[in-house]
Ligand binder design. Structure first.
Ligand SMILES: Nc1ncnc2c1ncn2[C@@H]1O[C@H](COP(=O)(O)OP(=O)(O)OP(=O)(O)O)[C@@H](O)[C@H]1O
Ligand SMILES: [Mg+2]
Length: 319
């Protein structure tokens, strides 16, 4: 069914270095959220905090009524079973073939027989399009296949929440497009809550229901996709549209001189908000809302050309 993750006033430092402070947001059950932020803003640290691998200094992470920051080790162990995690590099065991890698969590965490395990592993391998590659070692396959194998492994315990740390890094644009479609299809099919950390602007603009942006040691904004894609807030606008003009510099913030020099520059207009990527398996998203609904309800005029089908944007004939 998917469960929500309630993050309240979360603060994390390493020694004297504050990573982020007072982060509060709710990742809604069954929806897809994307978390963005410049390199080093603590996105991976946030994911690790959400599964209890790192302890925050303050705040709480509430899942099904339990705060995993303050709960017992035993409760944390139980809550962790709700999670599937796709690590950045797939985190496969190099000496095990894909079948054994995907079967690993089942052998570790359940008492299932090998024949039950086989059914589950093959079902998940099928889901990510890896049937036939069971005997391959991780070193023998492409990066895209490793990501999909990592995804199959993240799904074997039927997670309620799936965390993805840069699922698309190192993938070519076509493989990224396929992976994005797979993520949207899986979300519709298994009905779990998805939180994706990515640097890919196209992914961020089309895949999620909600977007968050970590910047300068805090959560700059979190909300529905249309809210962030129509936002004039300088940091959000700059990041989501991959622009150089704005407060974000090559290494964190720009200095006052640079910003003053940009003051009179015309900002390029906001690009149209694209349609959300729809599941290809005929199952609607749990959170499916009509395009433009958030803008209409909130009295926001979306940028011209928003919510047009790709065929129209490409100059083709309207379907
Ligand atoms: N275990 C740790 N001990 C000390 N510092 C850490 C630890 N883990 C992360 N950090 C620091 O926390 C900061 C945020 O790291 P993190 O990996 O979360 O960034 P990120 O936003 O995921 O970056 P990227 O987009 O490059 O993956 C970095 O300055 C990093 O050095
Ligand atoms: Mg990271």
């Amino acid at each position: 069914m998917g469960v929500d993750i309630k993050i309240e006033h979360l603060t994390k430092s390493f020694g004297k270095q504050l990573i982020w402070g007072d982060v509060s947001l709710t990742v809604p059950a069954g929806e897809i959220c994307v978390m963005l932020g410049p390199s080093g803003t603590g996105k991976s640290v946030l994911l690790k905090t959400l599964i209890g691998l790192l302890k925050p200094d303050e705040g709480s992470v509430i899942i099904e009524g339990t705060d995993l920051v303050s709960c017992s080790e035993k409760d944390l162990y139980e809550i962790r079973k709700l999670f599937g995690v796709l690590f950045q590099d797939g985190a496969m065991f190099g000496s095990m073939n894909l079948y054994d890698n995907v079967a690993f969590p089942l052998r570790e965490h359940t008492k299932k027989s090998e024949s039950q395990i086989r059914d589950i592993v093959m079902e998940k391998m099928d889901l990510v399009g890896l049937i036939g590659a069971e005997d391959k070692l991780p070193g023998e396959i492409s990066g895209g296949m490793r990501k999909r194998a990592g995804l199959a492994r993240a799904l074997v315990l039927d997670p309620e929440i799936v965390l993805f740390d840069e699922p698309d890094s190192g993938l070519d644009p076509v493989r990224t497009a396929f992976l994005n479609q797979l993520i949207v299809d899986l979300n519709a099919q298994i009905d779990a809550t998805f939180l994706i950390v990515t640097h890919d602007i196209n992914t961020s603009r089309t895949v999620p229901d909600n977007i968050g942006l970590l910047y300068h040691k805090h959560l700059a904004m979190f909300g529905p996709r249309e809210m962030l894609l129509s936002s004039e807030e300088p940091v959000v606008r700059q990041f989501l549209n991959a622009q150089r003009v704005g407060p974000i510099g090559m290494s964190e913030e720009k200095d006052a001189d640079q910003l003053a020099a940009e003051k009179d520059m015309d900002l390029p207009p906001l690009p149209p908000i694209p349609l959300q990527l729809e599941p290809s398996n005929g199952i609607p998203r749990r959170s499916q809302r009509p395009p433009g609904e958030w803008c209409r309800t909130n009295g926001v005029t979306p940028p011209p050309g928003s919510f047009l089908p790709d065929s129209v944007l490409a100059g083709g004939v309207k379907a």
